[in-house]
Design a protein around this ligand. Structure first.
Ligand SMILES: [Cu+2]
Length: 451
């Protein structure tokens, strides 16, 4: 493109000046960016003769694993080669609202055929990700329903190296469609095919391991709408980080449960030679592709699967015990409720009785610490996400805990969850459910800094 086209889109010099000030520049003006992302249509053979047509990054879906250095400024040129405006959100980073990648916070979208430069200093270190942050509504060919996502690994200044291999696994459902479910007949999203990275179970290469290896799996649930439970029969996951942040108490579990947008870093000691399926505990979903074969060296037998125990997921086992006194900024109660919209319609969602954009903002003062008290008054779990900040889990379903730092937390149906955060990154900030259908139908509000 085509500096001329871009400048035309950009409009006036004043506009260009504004764009420059907030870190968005015309690419051709300046030296080559450190990272280039092309958003464009992608065709991928997710399984034999199963072609998925979607939108991806740099010709693939998921996009490449981006590795950035904590604290080292970076420039990213995003070329939008699609026919609709797009945005790239840097999930889990403490960066200014103008480059965070959400229009509600004030990041300008990349126009169709356009390019924008994002400049920021990546922090904190850990397993983050990048993805589209656009409204999809009923259009299942937009936003997180597509292949517009990828891992963003922010390397710490000093890498703790207690593993022999590092494997990135992104879970996703493809070709989604809306269909009526249950007695109410409201519309829900269904996926006929799933994959881990770009291949369905049984296609693509297995993860190859050797006996005695410690393998670090960085797992991302990149589903637009679904929670997943992942197991590797015969092996245990030693959880070392949640959402990229080291947990106070590292523990072994049989099953990793993850809501949309959550990340888990887990070390698996390879001590059961054979060929195994790492996959979704739900048989139907695993058969539809959500899995990958893990093969030990010199083993070629048929991959084995055994159903894991149905242990409920509990974040608090990774935390320290104890109550946290109410923070100085006070408690913000947030009640989540469904507003049934009717047969063949998509349900609407409310926070304290109102749907976005009419929701009341959460007002904060810089440097104060606050408690968000989530009260899920619905029969569905909600993976709620706070942009540009990390929060500490202080209470989960009645149990007090400390030290588990996250940016997404799944609030189970009919349960209460409390998280504390310090308002230390001024600027408009989004809070929303990461279930795309919920966020697009009202489940969103802003954190507003005062003064
Ligand atoms: Cu939700």
């Amino acid at each position: 493109m085509e500096r001329r086209t871009f400048l035309a889109l950009l409009g006036t010099t004043a506009c260009a000046e504004l764009a420059r000030r907030i870190g968005l520049q015309t690419a051709p003006d300046s030296p080559k960016a450190d990272v280039t992302i092309h958003i464009s249509p992608v065709e991928m053979e997710v399984a034999r003769r199963r072609i998925i047509k979607t939108t991806g990054y740099n010709g693939s879906a998921p996009g490449p694993v981006l590795r950035l250095r904590e604290g080292q400024p970076v420039t990213v040129d995003v070329f939008n080669e699609t026919k609709v405006p797009e945005l790239v959100h840097w999930h889990g980073l403490f960066i200014p609202s103008e480059v965070d990648g959400s229009e509600e916070e004030g990041t300008p979208p990349v126009p169709p055929g356009g390019v924008r430069r994002y400049s920021f200093v990546p922090r904190p270190s850990g397993t983050r990700w990048y993805h589209s942050h656009i409204h999809a509504g009923r259009d299942m060919k937009r936003a997180t329903y597509t292949g517009q996502f990828g891992f963003l690994y922010i390397e710490p200044k000093k890498e703790p190296g207690q593993y022999d291999a590092e494997i990135f696994l992104a879970l996703h459902g493809w070709d989604p469609y809306l269909s009526s479910q249950g007695d109410e007949g409201n519309l829900e999203v269904t996926y006929p095919v799933y994959s881990i990275n770009s291949h369905a179970l049984g296609s693509g290469d297995p993860v190859r391991v050797k006996e005695g290896q410690k393998v670090l799996f960085r797992i991302l649930n990149a589903s637009a709408t679904e929670q997943h439970r992942i197991a590797l029969p015969g092996h245990k996951f030693k959880i070392i980080s949640l959402d990229g942040n080291a947990v106070p108490v590292s523990r072994e579990v049989d099953v990793v449960e993850m809501g949309p947008a959550e990340r888990v870093d887990a070390v698996v000691v390879m001590n059961q030679p054979g060929v195994w399926i790492l996959g979704e505990a739900n048989d139907q979903v695993r058969s539809a592709g959500l899995g990958v074969v893990v093969a030990y060296a010199n083993h070629s037998e048929a991959p084995q699967w055994t159903a894991p125990a149905n242990t409920p997921w509990d974040y608090t086992i990774f935390g320290r015990q104890g109550e946290t006194p109410e923070p100085a900024g006070g408690v913000v109660p947030l009640g989540f409720r469904k507003k049934f919209a009717g047969n063949r319609w998509v349900d609407h969602w409310t926070i304290n009785g109102k749907s976005f954009p009419k929701t009341d903002p959460i007002r904060v003062r810089a440097h104060d610490r606050y408690r968000l008290r989530f009260d899920n008054q619905s029969d569905e779990a909600h993976p709620v996400h706070l942009h540009r900040h990390t929060f500490e889990l202080t209470r989960f379903a009645g149990k007090a805990t400390k030290g588990v730092m996250k940016d997404v937390i799944v609030v189970p149906a009919r349960k209460q969850v409390e998280v504390d955060f310090t308002a230390d990154n001024p600027g408009p900030t989004l809070f929303h459910c990461h279930q795309q259908l919920h966020m697009d139908y009202g489940f969103m509000t802003m954190v507003q800094y005062e003064g």
